[in-house]
Design a protein around this ligand. Sequence first.
Ligand SMILES: Cc1cc2nc3c(=O)[nH]c(=O)nc-3n(C[C@H](O)[C@H](O)[C@H](O)COP(=O)(O)O)c2cc1C
Length: 169
Amino acid sequence: MKKIGIFYGSTTGTTAEVARRIAKVLGVADADIHDVTESAPSQVAPYDVLVLGTSTWGDGELQDGWMDFADGLEELTLKGKDVALFGCGDESMTDTFCSGVGELYARLQATGARFIAPFNTIGYTFEHSKAKPDDALEAVGLLLDEVNHPELTAPRIASWCTLILNQEK
Ligand SMILES: Cc1cc2nc3c(=O)[nH]c(=O)nc-3n(C[C@H](O)[C@H](O)[C@H](O)COP(=O)(O)O)c2cc1C
């Protein structure tokens, strides 16, 4: 059984709550859910699968708490680890929806991690996101909008977690 760790950054608690919901579906214990502001990047070491979550702030930026943690993570070799990204945003910010997720994806490219569980964006209504090339159907991870569409979060989490669990069987 591969060991899954969840690391999240959250300003008003939305991504933190979503992290706990994802943990339940994936069967991840509380001890393996980490707030990035209270963790060191070296704490990713014991995990085979890293589930990384960020909200988006400013004009499409990574959530503040992530800044130092992402700097540290970028310096590590994550070869052999799988990374699944998720994020919370607001689709009414239609040019930067969940762009923080794309920011993380870009910043971790050099680590050698394998990115898993891209997520289909059919049914979403945003125009642009750093988390999705304009001509692609899939975002690099799970994008959630708890502001406008909280009712879609549970089914989206369920489908996305199935992708992860199937991959890691
Ligand atoms: C000032 C401000 C800027 C925001 N900028 C963006 C943005 O560029 N893109 C986006 O998708 N969401 C944006 N959001 C929405 C937040 O990402 C969203 O409310 C999210 O659920 C917050 O999650 P958190 O509580 O985990 O930080 C913004 C919200 C505020 C208040």
